[in-house]
Design a protein around this ligand. Structure first.
Ligand code: ADP
Ligand code: ASP
Ligand code: MG
Length: 818
């Protein structure tokens, strides 16, 4: 019987809280010394190591050193905690127990198998050792009793479920209490006895449940579960680094979380506490000042749509299909009956309303048994074609999002599915509990880490993280890295976006970081890197398993890199680039790339391919998407030529201006690249293709400004001989001047897809006359913009502006994925 007027508090200490002597001392400091029931697990790793040697013995050979390690751990604990005269009994206990364990293991080794009874006995030793040591240690200063829970906790199984015989248990405890007087009672967690009187366990992690049993029996005022983390987190902190401790959960939320895999709490802990309305506090014994998580009837409203997410690995999805099941009642009932007979518990069920198929998730280890039992018992249904197929999809996992906030809130499952889709993760089955407190999805096991990150961020529990790989850190690439560096912090605080540059690659080597590269010092880090450039390894790294979103930014002008965009997209990596090679190169490749992007639901963004940072591509796409009709686009799209022609208009000589433009760094190293009009043609090609025209370079009529005779000579020779051709250019200029016009090197795309790149003269009131320096200008004549065209003007070259165009694409991508 419970002693009158005593308000007990139950404390449970997990294995990590009892790892060594120091931890035992810390445990003592957490206790008041009065009215305490202290339930303990085995000391850290003991149960797992005992399980390991048991399995090894079954295979015929067990590792003696493992057992020796467990023994030494306990012996040195006793030595450190207790004065010499109190050690002997415990030393003797350890000696006898390890001798017994070795005999049992020897037996197991001989018969190459062990029964559940043997397993229970072996695994149950750890809790007895830790509880006895703690009893002796606390006994140094207090009135402490020891209780082997196997002498009072009676359990039985019915249809595969574990039950407590509360009456028998209460009676046994009362008998114990009648004979014992204590201020603190140390109880072994995890162990119990069957109704037949055999020692058993409550299953792995069962000490939490033991503590709840004690809390109910003692009608405790509170139950403290002391562990090695600051409470229940929004996700397993070992898998989602940005997870954080939840302040408060309702019993029901905690139950869903525990049931769906959150190892921090055994699922059966909740029921006894709930029944007696005992609040549960999950706290960190290493950091008691942290507030921890409170579990009670009332949960605190969270500002998020969900409280937490969790996962169960190693799931098999069993599918039963057959047109004959439609409208035939009772098949589902039969199926679950068969599973029950095999003692296989079903974790999740989903049945399409067509009744054509039933699918459910069970632990992977039972997949073969389940399929066989179903085949055996549903033979008639299979022969008569009511059921056509029964099969298991192994290597699945369940991810569940949990929270009272979901009740009655529209769009949570939409958000979940959308977030997973954006992370390129396929949903195999989905189920929502009727409580609406839990939505679970079945996905491929190897994608579970990535899914956890994506969903955690998708519901704003953590920042949206983008894994970025930058190829070609030249002037534009460097400017982009600088811009990312400067805005990173603000993006994080204002928009919850984490831009993690995890790889930088130039033509020779690459710099890869597991988390992110410190952008302040990337040049010296890349310089010091000894890793040779390898595109495939680079892509794999950027995509490594748990990043939900990966993007490669190609800042090269290389056709070689552009030819790999399809591989990146196929792998699930988005691509952003100012490189025109893919959009302005081979038509078949361009078409393949575009359709792959659609098919894979990925993003390929290339605003900076035409006129650097000017919003040309996006404007064009918007016009098309909103149903406008493009009549023509004309423009001055080369910053270099724009500069040359505006200087020519001042009466200067062609050769002199070209040389000056080269000296200013406006031209390509070989100015003929610009003067040939090829670059202009490529930009027009990009625009024409964006408009849907199937055109290639040979369809563009280009006016080449390089005299024929100078096409192949060296750059120096070209520059030295160019003055011979100045008169030709001056003649055209004079002609234009005579008409009161000015010359421009312009490109145009027409509605029929025809493309022209030429020198043309324009009247003084034409918008082109506003061009200055290296300005670009694009004029859109459309059905809607027919009286006045839509004009975009501004610098069309330069590292800063090009980088800002790429950066805008990157942020666009982040917003698409939000
Ligand atoms: P103990 O030995 O104290 O019983 P466990 O190892 O059984 O501790 O449980 C604590 C561990 O559970 C944590 O260290 C953490 O790795 C894991 N865990 C899984 N999911 C969660 C979660 N949602 N919140 C907190 N911890 C979690
Ligand atoms: N010692 C047992 C285990 O490791 C019980 C527990 O720690 O809760 O599973
Ligand atoms: Mg545990």
């Amino acid at each position: 019987m419970k002693k009158k007027n005593q308000n007990y508090i139950v404390h449970k200490f997990g294995g990590s809280s009892l790892a060594n002597a120091e931890r035992f001392t810390a445990v003592k400091s957490l206790l008041s010394g009065r009215n305490e029931i202290i339930v303990v697990s085995a000391i850290k790793e003991t149960t797992s190591l005992l399980q390991t040697v048991l399995d090894q013995a079954k295979e015929g050979q067990w590792d003696v050193s493992i057992l020796a390690r467990v023994e030494t751990n306990h012996l040195s604990l006793i030595e450190s905690l207790l004065p010499a005269h109190l050690r002997q009994d415990l030393f003797e206990m350890i000696r006898v127990d390890f001798a017994d364990i070795k005999s049992i293991l020897h037996g197991v080794q001989l018969i190459n198998s062990y029964s559940p009874a043997i397993q229970d006995v072996i695994l149950g030793y750890g809790e007895q050792w830790s509880a006895k040591i703690l009893t002796a240690y606390l006994g140094l200063t207090g009135k402490v009793s020891y209780l082997d829970a196997a002498t009072v906790v009676f359990i039985y199984h019915k249809r595969g479920t574990l039950y407590i015989d509360w009456e028998k248990t209460q009676a046994a405890l009362d008998r114990f209490l009648a004979d014992h007087n204590f201020d603190q009672l140390v109880v072994t967690g995890f162990i119990a006895t069957t109704l037949e009187g055999r020692r058993t366990t409550l299953g792995r992690n069962g000490s939490d449940f033991s503590a709840a049993i004690m809390a109910k029996l003692f009608e405790a005022t509170s139950l403290y579960i002391w562990t090695d983390v600051d409470g229940i987190f929004t996700a397993d902190p070992e898998r989602v680094r940005s997870a954080f401790a939840i302040e408060a959960l309702s019993y029901k939320e905690a139950l869903e979380l525990a049931y769906f895999g959150a190892k921090v709490l055994h699922p059966m802990t909740i029921a006894p506490a709930l029944e007696k309305h005992i609040p549960i506090y999950i706290k960190n014994s290493l950091k008691p000042s942290a507030p921890g998580t409170t579990i009670s009837s009332t949960s605190k409203k969270s500002p998020y749509l969900i409280k937490a997410l969790t996962s169960i690995d190693d799931i098999a999805l069993i599918n039963i299909e057959g047109a004959g099941m439609i409208g035939v009642s009772g098949i589902a009932a039969r199926v679950f009956d068969i599973l029950q007979q095999e003692k296989i518990s079903v974790i999740l069920i989903s049945q399409a309303s067509s009744e054509y198929s039933i699918c459910f998730a069970i632990a992977n280890q039972y997949a073969d048994t389940a399929v066989k039992a179903l085949h055996d018992n549903l033979q008639f249904e299979m022969e008569s074609r009511l059921i056509e197929k029964i099969y298991a999809d192994k290597a699945c996992a369940i991810l569940a999002v949990i929270g009272d906030e979901m009740i009655g809130t529209i769009g949570v499952s939409g958000k979940l599915c959308g977030t997973l889709a954006k992370a390129n993760i396929n949903i195999r089955a989905i189920a929502q509990g009727s409580s609406e407190r839990n939505i679970s999805v079945v996905i491929n096991k190897e994608e579970v880490n990535k899914a956890l990150q994506a969903v955690h961020a998708g519901f704003y529990l953590s920042n949206k993280t983008m894994s970025i790989g930058l190829i070609g850190p030249g002037i534009v690439g460097s400017a982009l890295l600088q811009q990312i560096h400067e805005t990173q912090k603000q993006l994080k605080s204002d928009y919850q976006v984490s831009l993690c540059v995890r790889g930088i690659m130039n033509s020779k080597k690459m710099l890869l970081a597991p988390d992110h590269i410190e952008l302040e010092t990337w040049p010296s880090q890349l310089n010091a890197s000894t890793v040779e450039a390898n595109l495939q390894e680079f892509a794999n790294h950027i995509l490594s398993d748990n990043v939900p979103h990966a993007v490669i930014i190609d800042c090269t002008a290389s056709p070689g890199i552009a030819s790999h965009y399809v591989d990146f997209i196929a792998q699930g990596i988005d691509v952003i680039t100012p490189n025109k090679q893919a959009n302005g190169g081979d038509l078949a490749y361009y078409q393949q790339l575009k359709s792959l992007v659609q098919q894979k639901n990925r993003y390929y963004l290339y605003e900076a391919t035409v006129c650097a940072g000017l919003p040309v591509i996006n404007t064009l796409q918007d016009l098309i998407k909103t149903g406008d009709e493009i009549v023509a686009i004309e423009g001055v799209v080369s910053g270099t030529l724009s500069y040359i022609f505006s200087e020519l208009a001042k009466g200067r000589r062609f050769s002199e201006v070209v040389l000056e433009a080269k000296q200013h760094g406006y031209t390509e190293p070989d100015p003929r690249e610009d003067l040939s009009g090829k670059d202009v043609a490529r930009k027009l090609l990009c625009l024409a293709r964006e408009m849907g025209h199937e055109v290639s370079m040979q369809d563009v009529k280009v006016h080449n400004l390089v005299p024929k005779e100078l096409l192949t000579c060296s750059v120096d020779e070209f520059l030295s001989r160019l003055p011979d051709y100045d008169d030709q250019m001056t003649a055209s200029l004079v002609k234009a001047n005579a008409k009161g016009e000015r010359l421009y090197y312009v490109g145009a795309v027409h509605q029929d897809g025809s493309l022209h790149v030429e020198i043309a003269s324009f009247k003084q009131d034409h918008p082109f006359t506003r061009l200055q320096g290296t300005d670009n200008m694009l004029i859109f004549h459309t059905r809607r913009y027919h009286q006045q065209p839509l004009i975009i003007q501004g610098p069309g070259a330069g590292a800063e502006v090009t980088a800002s165009g790429i950066f805008a694409d990157l942020l666009r991508l982040v917003s698409f994925l939000a």
